[in-house]
Design a binder for this molecule. Structure first.
Ligand code: KG4
Ligand code: ZN
Length: 350
């Protein structure tokens, strides 16, 4: 442990105040943001590489890493400019150190370490999933734990009981594909481009969600886990069947029916978790929480529960949520990251 950096971090914690510049490069978004005291976004800059990866049908890790390296200095400078600040105004740096693509994570981790060293300021390592949860602290200034959180992204699908800041218990997870991954795979089968989620949603708007029904996994079982590979395979078989028989079908109906099946599972389990634990506050986070039908279905429980959805720009990957998570990590007495901080691609939440 670097005692001097830890002391600096401890002083910030005692003051209960910090302006944090965060960097996020876990996948294909190069992002930097400056957030005051975990809640007030002073700037939030994002360079999306979607156009580059689209032609390959998904994220190519090596290309993502190279683009992060190229864009990071400009994105960080832009974050400072937009906040009207210089490095002198920053109290601490933060960076996503996992989970994610190892090469992509490493670019952010290396850059943040260099910044912290050059500016002689503490660095806070952040778990990307904590970031997705914290996106709600930005959107809802009065939201505080305890709450039940559904985190649905391209790599994760978890029901998390957030009993306090930075205190988590995972009550349910996917046993196979993540929700976002299922959206992306179904999109591919329907001939839609990457990232699949928003495109499936757009196509589904013209379709009939009641046209096809897919068997619910784990019928009669008592746990809160998810499975999406069964629904995904059913969709693939359905489409292939139409193609083999040269039968006309409406892709929009398939998209809408798949979306309904996925959303029913997600919403069903998170509110069941809330019901079982007696928790009234239900929070969504992660890229898939941008889905309009998921948001609409979750909001149907407003009243019986208090439902919190992140602002659309904080659903998918961004650095503001990382800065917010870093602030609460600091307030909970986290250790300042050393210069030997490494990327942890398979990082768990606990
Ligand atoms: O959180 P995120 O930006 O990155 C990860 O941490 O994985 O989530 C990306 C995922 C992708 O799978 C994408 O297809 C999905 O979120 N997604 C959506 C929507 N917008 C993004 N899925 C369904 N509907 C959407 N509107
Ligand atoms: Zn994410």
């Amino acid at each position: 442990m670097n005692i001097r950096m830890q002391n600096k971090l401890n002083l910030l914690r005692k003051a209960g105040k910090a302006t944090i510049l965060a960097i996020e490069t876990s996948c294909d978004e190069t992002a930097a943001a400056i957030v005051r005291d975990g809640r007030v976004v002073l700037s939030n800059v994002l360079y999306s590489q979607i156009e580059i990866h689209k032609q390959y049908g998904g994220v190519v890790p090596e290309i993502a890493s190279r683009n992060h390296v190229e864009k990071l200095p400009y994105i960080v400078q832009d974050a400072l400019n937009k906040a009207g600040m210089t490095f002198a105004d920053i109290d601490a740096f933060a960076v996503t150190s996992g989970p994610g693509l190892v090469g992509a994570l490493l670019t952010g981790v290396s850059y943040a370490k260099a910044l912290a060293y050059a500016q002689d300021k503490p660095l806070i390592a952040v778990n990307h999933m904590e970031g997705h949860i914290s996106a709600n602290y930005i959107t809802h200034p009065s939201l505080e734990p305890p709450f039940m959180c559904l985190v649905v992204s391209g790599g994760h699908t978890n029901i998390i009981h957030v009993s306090d800041y930075c205190t988590y218990e995972v009550l349910g997870s996917t046993r196979d594909d993540a929700a976002g991954e299922a959206f992306d795979k179904v999109a591919r089968v329907l001939g839609l481009t990457y990232p699949g989620g928003p495109n499936v949603q757009r196509l589904a708007e013209q379709g009939d969600p009641g046209k096809y029904t897919f068997t619910k996994p784990f019928k009669g079982e008592d746990h809160l886990d998810f499975s999406f590979s069964g629904i995904k395979t059913a969709v693939i078989n359905l489409v292939r069947g139409f193609e083999v028989r040269k039968q006309e079908y409406e892709k929009a109906d398939v998209a809408a029916s798949f979306q309904k099946a996925a959303v029913d599972l997600l919403v069903g389990n998170v509110f069941e978790a809330a019901r079982r634990t007696g928790i009234r506050d239900v929070v969504l986070g992660g890229g898939v929480s941008a889905n309009a039908v998921l948001r609409e279905q979750a909001l149907k429980h407003q009243g019986e529960y208090r439902v919190y959805l992140p602002d659309l720009k904080y659903c998918t990957d961004n650095a503001a949520m990382i800065a917010s998570a870093a602030f609460y990590s600091m307030m909970k007495g986290c250790t300042a990251a050393d210069l030997d901080l490494n990327a942890t691609p398979g990082m768990e939440l606990l």
